[in-house]
Design a protein around this ligand. Structure first.
Ligand SMILES: *Cc1c(COP(=O)(O)O)cnc(C)c1O
Length: 407
C-alpha cells in the first residue's frame, strides 16, 4: 500500500492506553440536549452511578466524583489525607508513580521515593525494611500505582498490604487504578486499600473529564484531622451530598454522567469477572504475538516487550521496544497507511533523545474484543513487513491460539 492511499475511509482505530475506544452506546447516550440540572432524570441517574462505581472498585465505602482528569483525582486524594510536612513512601515502577510523587512534593509533602526502574515491579522486602525502620510512624501514606501505564508493570497490592500489616504500620494505603480499573482485577476493601483513584477515559470507556476518589473510614478519619482543606477538593460533601449540586461542587458534568451510565451498564451487563477474563485473554493474545515477533536470530534488532515476566504484566497496556528509531517509524506508518494509532513510549527515555523513538505502547483496555485485537496485531505485522523491521513469523497464529484456546 502506498503512503498516498487513504486509510481514513474506514473507521480509525486508536489503540493507545487512554483515552480508549468509546463504545457506541456511550456516544449515543451523550448525544442529547442539556438536561435540567435541578430536577428529574439526571438526579436519579447520578444517584444510580454511585453503587455501580463502588461495585467496580470493590468497596462498600465512599466515592467522590470530580470534573477532572486523573491528575485531578491524584491531587484530590492527596489534599484530603495529607498536610504539608507529612511524609509519604512511594514505591515506583514507572513514570506515573513518579509524577504522583512530584504532585505530592508540590503540595509540601515530604516524599520518599523507592524507584524500582521501568521494568520491575515493587521489591517489597525494601518497602518492608523502610516501614520497619519508621518506628515513629512518620510515614503517613504509601502511594502505589497498580498498573503503571508507562512501563505496563502491574504491582501487587495485597502483598503490599500484607507487608504494611506485618510491620504494624498505620500509614494509609493509596492506589492509582487509573489504567487498571475495569481491566485488571482490583478489590479495594478485600485488599485493604484505603484510598483509590481512577478516571473515566480508560477502562471506563468514557471521554476524559471525570475522575473518582474512593475512600474508606480510615481515610475519612485522616481527612477529619486535617487543619484545613480546599472547599472545592473536599471529598466529604461530594461523597455525602445533601443537595445534588454537592456531588460536583457546581454544575454537573451532564453529558459525562449519561456516558458513564451507559459504560457502567456495559461493564456490569457483561459481568466484572467476565470483563477481567476478557482483558486477560486479549492480553495473552497480544503477548503471544509479541513473543513470536521477537524470535529472530539477533533479538536486539527486533521487537521486545518491556516486562519479561507475564505475571507482572498489565492486562490493559503493553509497553514495547524496537531499535531506535523503528518504534516511531512503525507508529507513523500505521497511522498514515492503516488508520491505526499506537501509543507513544512514556517515561522510558527523554522525549528529546534518540532513544525516545525506540519505545511504544499498545492500549488494550475497555471496549476491545478479539477481532479488534487481531486487527491491531495484523496491522503491526503489516507495518513490520512494510518497513522491513526484522521479526519472527507466526505471530498472528500464536495470537489466534491464545484467543481461541482454553483459558
Ligand atoms: C492516565 C493515567 C494517569 C493520568 O491520568 P490523566 O487523566 O491523564 O490525568 C495517571 N496514572 C495512571 C496509571 C494513568 O494510566
Amino acid at each position: 500500500m502506498s503512503a498516498t492511499s487513504n486509510p481514513s475511509g474506514g473507521r480509525p482505530y486508536l489503540a493507545i492506553p487512554g483515552p480508549s475506544v468509546i463504545p457506541d452506546p456511550v456516544l449515543q447516550a451523550m448525544h442529547r440536549p442539556s438536561p435540567n440540572i435541578y430536577a428529574g432524570e439526571l438526579l436519579t441517574l447520578t444517584d444510580s452511578l454511585v453503587p455501580d462505581l463502588k461495585a467496580l472498585a470493590g468497596t462498600s465505602h465512599f466515592v467522590a466524583i470530580y470534573i477532572a482528569n486523573g491528575h485531578g483525582a491524584w491531587e484530590a486524594a492527596l489534599m484530603n489525607t495529607l498536610k504539608p510536612g507529612d511524609r509519604v513512601l512511594v514505591p515506583a515502577s514507572g513514570r506515573f508513580a513518579i509524577s504522583w510523587s512530584e504532585m505530592a512534593k508540590a503540595l509540601g509533602i515530604e516524599v520518599e521515593l523507592i524507584d524500582f526502574g521501568t521494568a520491575s515491579a515493587w521489591d517489597l522486602t525494601l518497602v518492608a525494611e523502610r516501614l520497619a525502620a519508621d518506628e515513629a510512624h512518620e510515614i503517613k501514606a504509601v502511594l502505589g500505582v497498580h498498573v503503571d501505564t508507562s512501563s505496563s508493570i502491574r504491582n501487587d497490592f495485597p502483598a503490599l498490604r500484607a507487608v504494611m500489616d506485618a510491620a504494624g504500620h498505620p500509614a494509609l494505603l493509596m492506589a492509582d487504578c487509573i489504567a487498571s480499573l475495569g481491566c485488571d482485577r482490583f478489590e479495594m476493601d478485600a485488599w485493604g486499600v484505603d484510598v483509590m483513584v481512577a478516571a473515566c477515559q480508560k477502562g471506563l470507556m468514557t471521554p476524559a473529564g471525570v475522575s473518582f476518589v474512593f475512600f474508606n473510614d480510615r481515610a475519612a478519619a485522616a481527612r477529619a484531622r486535617l487543619p484545613r482543606i480546599s472547599l472545592y477538593w473536599d471529598w466529604s460533601p461530594r461523597a455525602n451530598p445533601q443537595e445534588f449540586y454537592q456531588y460536583f461542587g457546581g454544575t454537573a458534568p451532564t453529558h459525562h454522567l449519561y456516558g458513564l451510565r451507559a459504560a457502567l451498564d456495559l461493564i456490569h451487563g457483561e459481568g466484572l469477572q467476565q470483563v477481567w477474563d476478557r482483558h486477560a485473554r486479549l492480553a495473552r493474545a497480544v503477548w503471544a504475538a509479541c513473543e513470536a515477533w521477537g524470535q529472530i536470530e539477533t533479538p536486539e534488532q527486533g521487537l521486545r516487550m518491556n516486562v519479561s515476566d507475564p505475571g507482572l504484566r498489565s492486562h490493559a497496556v503493553t509497553a514495547l521496544h524496537l531499535p531506535t528509531p523503528r518504534a516511531s517509524d512503525l507508529r507513523q506508518w500505521l497511522e498514515q497507511n492503516l488508520g491505526l494509532t499506537l501509543g507513544i513510549g512514556l517515561g522510558l527515555a527523554p522525549p528529546d533523545s534518540p532513544e525516545w523513538h525506540g519505545h511504544f505502547r499498545l492500549g488494550h483496555m475497555g471496549h476491545v474484543n478479539g477481532q479488534m485485537i487481531m486487527g491491531l496485531l495484523g496491522g503491526i505485522e503489516t507495518g513490520l513487513q512494510a518497513l522491513e523491521i526484522p521479526h519472527g513469523s507466526g505471530a498472528l497464529s500464536a495470537a489466534a491460539q491464545a484467543l481461541a484456546g482454553e483459558q
